[in-house]
Design a protein around this ligand. Structure first.
Ligand code: HEM
Length: 334
């Protein structure tokens, strides 16, 4: 069936395109998993099922009360684990680029670690460090799957290097800094959430009616750090978007994603405020967790695309894309 060599490049392109679509599916399922996982904490259902890996000693317990959220979360997690296993096996079969293979293997390793952290969270009855590590690992795993989607996209393989403005703080560096700050902000949010400090400062945008809280016990300090973090993230996202709008309007793949980034920032700030004003109502609080993940992923995509277009190595023409594609094609088994 594969013996007709003339057909190989198009079969290879089809195969890589199918792998890319499968990666997109895995990313969507992961996003759903982050939302469902957020629901577990928002509804206070984390310990509704006392055992792990079984639930009340069974594969499928009665889905009532908090069990619906906790066991539902486990089922979506099992689906994402299977998708990630499929993604890794498929990648190792058809993909020759070392970094793409590494990302796929890394994602699978991370989801196994994530499952163990989730189990420990239940068995050790929600210790702060494990719960935060579980939240941090979830976002890192999502980033890996999104990064895999980026490197298997047509855009990544066809993008032509462009000249930069020669600024010491070019778009790739600025976007990278933004991504790092968004991740740090999410970590502070996770510490606050799992400490139960989400309403340690009950008002917003002021803090106890002041710009800076008059007292600083630990929950207030963490809560205030998250607000300062939001300000820094908002500043960096704005600088990144403005930079794209001023200098890279002619690059549709940068332009569109930067608009999405700006839009998600506005939504996320609104959801953060609503979380406080609604006293942690389930839907806005959970949406705040999920949109945080979307903001991080969008910033990562922009960062990767910016590096792809403007890396100094590629600007010197050191990365022959055609040759890279031929290497990829050469790996598809006959
Ligand atoms: C763009 C900036 C922001 C990002 C990326 C962000 C992200 C997050 C994330 C991901 C969490 C949950 C972490 C987890 O459990 O895994 C969280 C928690 C929280 N965030 Fe934000 N946040 C931002 C801005 C804000 C703002 C402006 C407010 C308003 C005060 C806010 C209020 C909260 C609250 C109250 C929680 C804890 C919810 C709870 O106790 O369940 N956030 N944030």
């Amino acid at each position: 069936m594969w013996s007709n060599r003339a057909n190989e490049p198009s079969r290879t392109a089809d195969s890589l395109e199918a792998l890319h679509r499968f990666a997109l599916l895995t990313a969507c399922a992961t996003f759903a998993l982050i939302f469902v996982g957020g629901l577990v904490t928002s509804t206070g259902s984390a310990l509704a099922v006392p055992d792990w890996p079984l639930s009340f000693g069974r594969f499928f317990p009665k889905m009532v009360g908090g069990v619906l959220y906790e066991h539902g979360h486990r089922m979506v997690a099992a689906l994402v684990t299977l998708l990630t296993l499929g993604l890794m096996v498929w990648t190792l079969r058809v993909e020759s680029r070392r970094y793409a293979r590494l990302i796929a293997v890394g994602a699978f390793c991370l989801i196994v670690i994530q499952a163990v952290l989730g189990g420990l969270t239940v068995l050790l009855k929600l210790p702060l460090a494990i719960a935060v590590a579980h939240a941090a690992c979830a976002q890192a795993f999502f980033c890996l799957v999104v990064a895999f989607c980026v490197v298997t996209s047509q855009y990544w393989q066809k993008a032509r290097a462009i000249a930069t403005q020669g600024s010491p703080f070019s778009l790739p560096k600025l976007a990278l800094l933004t991504t790092i700050f968004v991740y740090a902000q999410i970590l502070i949010g996770a510490v606050m959430r799992h400490m139960g400090a989400g309403l340690a400062i009950p008002d917003f945008p002021l803090s106890f009616g002041h710009i800076v809280p008059p007292v600083f016990p630990t929950p207030v300090a963490i809560n205030f750090a998250h607000r300062v973090g939001a300000l820094l993230v908002a500043t960096l996202v704005t600088l990144t978007v403005v930079r794209v709008l001023r200098f890279h309007r002619d690059q549709p793949e940068l332009f569109r994603i930067s608009l999405l980034l700006g839009g998600l920032l506005v939504v996320q700030l609104g959801l953060g405020a609503t979380t406080v004003w609604s006293m942690r109502a389930v839907i806005p609080t959970t949406a705040h967790v999920a949109v945080g993940a979307a903001l991080l992923a969008t910033s990562l995509v922009l960062t990767m695309r910016a590096f792809r277009l403007m890396s100094p190595v590629r600007l010197q023409g050191a990365v022959p894309l055609q040759a890279q594609m031929q290497r990829v094609q050469g790996r598809v088994r006959a």
